[in-house]
Design a binder for this molecule. Structure first.
Ligand code: ADP
Ligand code: MG
Length: 304
């Protein structure tokens, strides 16, 4: 296991940020750590990277305990903190050389050159960090996180605040990086997880509410499909439940309904049949795609 978290609890004063959290991340996995703002993602990442001690529980990285072997943990972990703190007055190369120095690396110049190449900073390498766009600053952050060639990367909302083009580029870069390392990446963007990650851990109010393959979560969501139907006049919910295959009927607004149904059958013909039998006209009929986004909303609804 690259990362192993057992029963971690963290409180800030009276506020519980993490409540008995356990999970593990295998070597080479790219895992999305997903949750609404305030769920506890950054706190967990600070514990894994030895920036904060937990109140209870144990975290190990590559077999080293964060509490007793923090130097070894930090040698094996690269961390891109939330909001990517950088020295804006330093030049790109100067900054990376500085970080390489902090890690006590030999042959720093060559290492800095390799990293610049790896994250695609070539054209911007002679600039001051303060003069870079947000997308290029994120690349500097990633280079900084990987300069000591750690096995594990912890990336805290690495794409937040990027424009759509930068977003695609940085995601592609992370995906590339993820081929040869273990990555735990936090985000509150569903598409990001779908684009980059093998597995998803969803956290809400300091508790893990889901931990599964992205594809499993998605197909779970799809077992109960939805249909949106609008009739020309009102109809009683109980009548709708008589339609074969319909499991649930919820009024959306006016005469429009959301019908949850068994994904194994197409209930649309039955809905038309129902309308004919009851002298109703169908004004609209539309399938509702249920993806990871829906799973996320369902699992984290308590907080919103
Ligand atoms: P996320 O990264 O998922 O948005 P955080 O880990 O930053 O969540 O925060 C979890 C909870 O802990 C939030 O309610 C937040 O307000 C609180 N919190 C985080 N850092 C501190 C701190 N230094 N002092 C007090 N409360 C904090
Ligand atoms: Mg955060």
């Amino acid at each position: 296991m690259s990362i192993s978290i057992s029963n971690i609890t963290k409180t800030y004063g009276t506020q519980k940020a993490l409540d008995d959290v356990s999970f593990s991340v295998g070597s080479g996995e790219v895992v999305g750590f997903l949750g609404p703002n305030g769920a506890g993602k950054s706190t967990m990442m600070k514990i894994i990277t030895c920036f904060l001690p937990p109140n209870a529980g144990k975290a190990t990285v590559c077999g080293f305990d964060t509490a007793t072997d923090s130097l070894k943990v930090r040698r094996n972990v690269g961390y891109l903190p939330e909001h990517n703190p950088l020295y804006l007055d330093l030049y790109v190369k100067e900054y990376l050389d500085f970080v390489a120095g902090l890690h006590g690396l030999k042959d720093r110049t060559a290492r800095v050159r390799t990293m610049i190449e790896k994250v695609g900073l070539g054209p911007e390498q002679h600039k001051r960090i303060g003069a870079l766009s947000k997308g290029y600053r994120q690349r500097v952050g990633l280079a900084q996180a990987m300069i000591h060639d750690p096995q594990v990367l912890i990336l805290d909302e690495p794409t937040s605040g990027l424009d759509p083009n930068q977003l695609v580029e940085v995601r592609a870069l992370i995906k590339e990086i993820g081929k040869e390392r273990t990555v735990l990446l936090s985000t509150h963007i569903m598409q990001e997880v779908e684009a980059i990650c093998d597995r998803v851990i969803i956290i809400d109010h300091g508790k893990v509410v889901a931990d599964d393959k992205a594809s499993t979560l998605r197909s779970g969501a799809q077992q109960r499909e939805g249909l949106e139907v609008e009739f020309d006049r009102d109809v009683h919910a109980n009548l709708l439940l008589n339609i074969p295959g319909v499991l649930q009927a919820q009024r959306k607004q006016g005469h429009a309904w959301i019908l949850a149904h068994d994904a194994a059958r197409d209930v649309r013909p039955a809905v038309f049949q129902f309308a004919v039998e009851n002298g109703l006209q169908v004004l609209g009929l539309q399938k509702i795609e249920r993806g990871l986004e829906e799973v996320f909303k369902e699992l984290t609804r308590s907080g919103n």
